[in-house]
Design a protein around this ligand. Structure first.
Ligand SMILES: Cc1cc2nc3c(=O)[nH]c(=O)nc-3n(C[C@H](O)[C@H](O)[C@H](O)COP(=O)(O)O)c2cc1C
Ligand SMILES: Nc1ncnc2c1ncn2[C@@H]1O[C@H](COP(=O)(O)OP(=O)(O)O)[C@@H](O)[C@H]1O
Length: 308
């Protein structure tokens, strides 16, 4: 998959393109329908699939909207799109010039990079200020020779799957529902950074992640799966998301004790998949109490994994 930060970099390529457009925060089951539509079609016509998304959430540029904290960082989005099998992803700079294009100018721009078909969700809006609807786009597409495919809403129960709904569910810690709507376990990608070295003293070293601003589930202890850069095996782990009030009471941190593992992995990229909430984070009265609690978390998670 090639990553591009400006649409113009695709000019002059020798392929027809099928382009899925959207903010795609979460790449949830609804987004997947749109993106897979572009991938399938591109294969059929012998062209390439493109995901056209933005370097910042478009709501950043609409003064009347508040910017939500996002489900995925850019790196996490790339990880998900790579797994889907997309050929190109454009993280378009949503700058003044780009955001002031009229709907027709935008479509003409897509035409210059040999866009044959566009794939968008049912509620997509485009052009300066979100001026045009998908139905407008379908009509305008006819004048530019671009077929516009509108994907129907994907539902779960009676609710339409949306990034907004998933953000709310993450904030409430509803991990099972989040998994259901995303189609994968909520995960965090980060590089392992140095902490305060209390972990080894406690007998439970923890890989601390360099955190990027996004939505995190509520403070607490979680059972997890851990992938480590350079290792084939997927490990089990117990994760503390919180402020570590017993020893540090500092900033938000995500720290994972990896089970049956003892290597130094500073600087490595890890993917921590959150599977199950085990308990809330607590301020303990002594280090011994904290140690006992962590040992118990490990036992509970191992027991859960054995009985699955
Ligand atoms: C499974 C697990 C559960 C934890 N639970 C708590 C907790 O409830 N309260 C708390 O203050 N710290 C908790 N900790 C965090 C430890 O205090 C933290 O790992 C320790 O401060 C190590 O920090 P360091 O990596 O900077 O050395 C927990 C850590 C793990 C791995
Ligand atoms: N089982 C393990 N789980 C997590 N990290 C481990 C483990 N074994 C060794 N390590 C290494 O030890 C480091 C964590 O030790 P710790 O004493 O908590 O230091 P720090 O405060 O820098 O996080 C990790 O970053 C990793 O390099």
């Amino acid at each position: 998959m090639k990553i591009i930060d400006d649409i113009f970099q695709l000019k002059g390529k020798n392929h027809d393109l099928c382009v899925a457009i959207g903010a795609f925060d979460g790449i949830h089951e609804g987004h997947k329908d749109v993106i897979e539509g572009a991938i399938k079609r591109a294969k059929k016509i012998g062209g390439k699939s493109v995901v056209f998304t933005f370097d910042k959430h478009p709501k950043n540029f609409m003064s009347h909207k508040t910017t939500p904290k996002l489900i995925n960082t850019k790196e996490e989005k790339i990880h998900l799109l790579e797994k889907l099998g997309v050929d190109y992803v454009i993280f378009q700079k949503f700058d003044k010039h780009f955001s002031s294009l009229t709907p027709l100018e935008f479509l003409k721009l897509l035409k210059t990079i040999r866009t044959r078909e566009i794939f968008v969700g049912f509620n997509f809006r485009f052009g300066a200020g979100g001026a045009a609807t998908v139905d407008d786009m379908i009509e305008m597409g006819k004048t530019c020779g671009i077929e516009v495919n509108k994907t129907n809403p994907v539902t779960s129960g009676k609710k339409v799957i949306s990034s907004t709904l998933i953000r709310e569910l993450i904030t409430c810690g509803e991990l099972d529902r989040v998994k259901n709507l995303l189609g994968y376990n909520l995960f965090i990608i980060g590089n392992v950074v140095h902490g305060k070295k209390y972990g080894h003293q406690l007998g439970f070293p923890t890989a601390n992640l360099k955190l990027i601003d996004k939505i995190y589930p509520p403070f607490g202890i979680y059972g997890a799966k851990v992938q480590i850069e350079g290792y084939d095996k997927v490990y089990d782990g117990v994760v503390n998301i919180g402020r570590n009030p017993t020893l540090k009471d500092g900033e938000l941190s995500v720290e994972t004790h990896i089970l049956d593992f003892s290597d130094y992995i500073y600087g490595k990229k890890v993917i921590v998949e959150l599977i199950k909430h085990l308990r809330d984070e607590k301020k303990f009265n002594s280090i011994d109490e904290l140690k006992t609690a962590i040992a118990n978390d490990v036992l509970i998670w191992k027991g859960y994994l054995q009985n699955k």
